[in-house]
Design a protein around this ligand. Structure first.
Ligand code: HXC
Ligand code: NAP
Length: 293
């Protein structure tokens, strides 16, 4: 067994209804399909109805079970309320929300218009706010307990990052919401947590952040101490654990899964990794010499 294998026991999510925004593509789809294989009923929601319907069909063909595809622009609160209502009509409840939908692209900030900022912030920050608020209010009103929100953020939610400033601002806001509601809404039987993935290849992210041969030209993998990108299954394993009852005491946490990427240049001496063994011999002599003088 390894990190590419499913981790949770079969049936770990039986009786659960899980809503995954952006669940028709990329990481959302990988998480949704794994939840389905663990017995969950899954709702996938995003803007493109046809893409969602195709993804739902493929998932059910592969895993069995029920996937409900719902077209919804999470930027529009009324659409989010209608989507949640349709989920309740179909399955009677929603036990967990995975706020995974996002928009992003790289650009020097001085090239961005106000519209460009809003295009990202409206999806990531306001869209996540819309889904959490609409479902959270419903859970509270219905006195439904043991409910979970899992937010997909990034490590630059706390470090910040050049060239993705709108996304960094929005993800930082989502992380602040995660920690705030973990405290405020715990009394209603809700848990709020986050996952911060490092680089996991998906068409959506790669086309907008690292198009063409940029990954090879800029040696992106060299920025990751473990010298590889993430496997979708290892993120799905973590997310499944975090929406399941196995993580019942985890609340307000952000779990990083990035091969050590965000810490790579945080340590002041990371650059010493470039030294050869002979150069380390020389370094050792110099340092010992300095101690005697
Ligand atoms: C500068 C740009 C731009 C670019 C768009 N704009 N792309 N400006 N450089 N590359 C500007 C436009 O000119 C316009 O401003 C404004 O942004 C809105 O553009 P639209 O195309 O009308 O936006 P919209 O149709 O709403 O699309 C939103 C989107 C798009 C975010 C731009 O890419 C999208 O729908 N993405 C969804 C999926 C996605 O992004 N997945 C990746 C997630 S990866 P003006 O002023 O001209 O009107 C991720 C990884 C995180 O989050 C961490 C990785 C390390
Ligand atoms: P992706 O495939 O492009 O996923 C983004 C999804 O969001 C799409 O399914 C898209 O579907 C949906 N979406 C965008 N705008 C929407 C809106 N207004 N309403 C509803 N849905 C909307 O990218 P991904 O790489 O899998 O990213 C998934 C998550 O992981 C994101 O939160 C991202 O920030 C995070 N992440 C990814 C990486 C990585 O390396 N891949 C690293 C760190 C964090 P429609 O176009 O159909 O609406």
């Amino acid at each position: 067994m390894g990190y590419k294998d499913p981790m949770l026991v079969p049936g770990a999510l039986a009786e659960k209804v899980v809503l995954v925004t952006g669940g028709g593509t990329g990481l959302g789809r990988s998480m949704a399909e794994y939840f389905l294989s663990l017995g969950a009923k899954v709702i996938i929601a995003s803007r493109r109805r046809e893409a969602l319907e195709q993804a739902a069909e493929e998932m059910m063909r592969a895993q069995g079970g029920s996937v409900l595809p719902l077209a919804c622009d999470i930027r529009v609160y009324e659409q989010v309320e209608a989507m949640i209502e349709a989920g309740y009509q179909a399955f009677g409840t929603i036990d967990a929300l995975v706020n995974n939908a996002a928009g992003n692209f790289v650009s020097p900030t001085e090239r961005l218009s106000v519209n460009a900022f809003d295009a990202v912030i409206d999806i990531v920050l306001k869209g996540t706010r819309n889904c959490t608020l609409a479902l959270g209010k419903r859970w509270i009103q219905n006195q439904e307990r043991d409910r979970v929100v899992l937010n997909i953020v990034t490590t630059y939610a706390w470090t910040g990052s050049p060239f993705v400033v709108p996304s960094a601002m929005a993800k930082a806001g989502v992380l602040a919401m995660t920690r705030s509601l973990a405290v405020e809404w715990a009394k209603y039987g809700m848990r709020h947590n986050a996952v911060a993935p490092g680089p996991f290849p998906t068409a959506g992210a790669w086309d907008r952040l690292m198009p063409g041969d940029i990954p090879q030209r800029l040696n992106v993998i060299e920025q990751i101490p473990l010298r590889r990108s993430g496997e979708h299954q290892e993120l799905a394993n973590l997310a499944a654990y975090m929406v399941s009852d196995f993580s019942a005491f985890m609340n307000g946490e952000v779990v990083t899964i990035d091969g050590g990427e965000w810490l790579q240049d945080a340590g002041q001496l990371s650059f010493l990794d470039k030294l050869t063994s002979e150069e380390w011999d020389w370094m050792e002599q110099q340092i010992k010499g300095a101690r005697r003088s």
